[in-house]
Design a protein around this ligand. Structure first.
Ligand SMILES: [Zn+2]
Length: 462
């Protein structure tokens, strides 16, 4: 493979985190003027000043830019891209109640259009890898997981396909209609099949699979337990939602007599192979429980704000040593879908709650990179710019109107206006160049997504 040299830019390596657990101010090695050499899908060199001569390499003059690790999404539901703008003023439960009847008509073709558009949106926001927590498998809808994997291969992002499930439908006191809930044995068999078919445990993996029941409140206890057993038998990670809203925390106590983390523990779910979405309403004892177990949290600040769920205690997570990653959450709870904006949102939300020292810009960047890598179990492979790691690099232009007068490039990226993405490489392959997606036509993706959203709405009409 050709070599790629990037030089003349500021570099924020985010190499200062111990195995993805972000402590202190989150500061890694930074260079005012530095270089990167990418070769054979990996970072061959990173350092200050001009790059060494690399015969035959393509050289990019990146002056005026900041190089960071590609951002990593630790929680998403790509299919929801077809139902953005719905239930605009609703909290989680009425929002779910409004959307499930639409989602019940999803199939593989529509999901493919949603996934391609959502992944392209992520790529254009500097994201090189993402989890997709997909728990919706309507009967007769075809192979939705294959559609998501195909979309990631086309757009060129690393995908952690979190094979979700629902087995507690409306007739049994859950929220989802029973056309989208499944039988436990069938779910576990399909999940194992997905692992066998798609999971790549190698360091350069473009696709991995996790076992991901939707939430302890839409999934029965036996399925939660057996999901954990399956994940451990197959050596893959576990993911679910936890304590997103106050109501959910109270319901947990009512039904189980336990706090959310105690409940997870009782199901065999606490461990360093687990990460949960949100944790918005975890109290300190629960936070310490997660920290001791090494269980990570995917922080989704815009979704939590959009649904009025609250503000997750990220400073407390970090102080306790909980691995924290960043996510947009489902496109229909976010409506933006670009991960870069979540860094700003996370900083502002933390400070609105706990004061100006609650979260630094460097911590926000570290959460979006190494923290997410740790949630996905990939802290040794991606998430920082270090020689030997995968060549997943984002290059942001910061010498324009919106940023040029801000001396600190990390602050400019996190808190300034959305920065133009000059380059995104995944495994050294350019996915975005000069602000343009190179792997697909975004106009066509947008058109397909619009047609798919309309088709879904039509199918749901009585
Ligand atoms: Zn979610």
């Amino acid at each position: 493979m050709d070599s790629l040299v990037i030089e003349g830019c500021a570099v924020a390596t985010v190499d200062g985190t111990a195995a993805g657990v972000i402590t202190g101010a989150g500061t890694g090695t930074e260079y005012d003027q530095g270089h990167l050499v990418l070769r054979d899908g990996r970072i061959a060199a990173v350092g200050p000043g001009p790059a060494p001569a690399v015969p035959g390499a393509r050289v990019i003059d990146a002056s005026g830019c900041l190089a960071t690790p590609g951002l990593i999404g630790s929680h998403h539901h790509l299919f929801q891209g077809l139902t953005r703008g719905h239930a605009q003023d609703s909290g989680l439960v009425p929002w779910l109640t409004a959307l499930f009847p639409l989602w019940a008509h999803l199939d593989a073709e529509l999901h493919g259009a949603a996934a391609r558009a959502g992944l392209a949106t992520l790529a254009l926001a500097g994201c090189s890898a993402t989890a997709d927590h997909h728990y919706l498998f309507p009967r007769g809808g075809g192979d939705l997981l294959a559609a998501g994997v195909g979309a990631a291969r086309q757009i060129g992002l690393r995908l952690h396909a979190c094979r979700g499930s629902l087995d507690l439908g409306a007739p049994a006191g859950g929220l989802p209609p029973d056309t989208v809930t499944g039988d436990r044995d069938e779910i576990l068999a399909a999940t194992e099949q997905a692992i066998d078919r798609y999971h790549d445990s190698g360091p350069a993996a473009m696709v991995r699979v996790a076992v991901a029941p939707s939430t302890p409140f839409a999934v029965t206890e036996p399925l939660m337990r057996e999901s954990a057993e399956l994940a451990r038998r197959k050596g893959v990670r576990l993911h679910t939602h936890l304590a997103e809203t106050l109501d959910e925390r109270d319901l947990c106590r009512e039904r189980s007599g336990r706090t959310p983390a105690e409940y997870l523990e009782s199901l065999g779910w606490l461990g360093d192979d687990v990460w949960v979405a949100h944790g918005t309403h975890l109290d300190l004892p629960d936070i310490y429980k997660l920290a001791r177990a090494g269980t990570g949290v995917a922080h989704c600040p815009a979704s939590n704000a959009r649904l009025g769920a609250g503000i997750a205690p990220v400073p407390e997570f970090l102080a306790a040593g909980v691995p924290v990653g960043l996510g947009v959450d489902g496109a229909a709870a976010n409506d933006n879908g670009g991960l870069a904006a979540e860094m700003r949102q996370s900083l502002l939300a933390a400070r609105a709650r706990r004061g100006a020292a609650a979260l630094t810009a460097r911590q926000a960047l570290a959460v979006a990179t190494m923290g997410s890598a740790r949630c996905l179990g990939r802290q040794d492979e991606i998430g920082s710019l270090e020689a030997g790691k995968q060549a997943d690099v984002a290059l942001w232009r910061l010498d324009d109107l919106g940023h040029a007068a801000i001396a600190d490039p990390v602050w400019a990226l996190v808190c300034g206006p959305p920065a133009r993405l000059e380059l995104l490489t995944v495994a050294g392959r350019p996915v975005v160049e000069e602000g343009q997606l190179r792997t697909a036509d975004p106009v066509a993706l947008g058109r397909d997504a619009r047609a798919a959203a309309r088709a879904l709405a039509r199918r749901a009409r009585p």
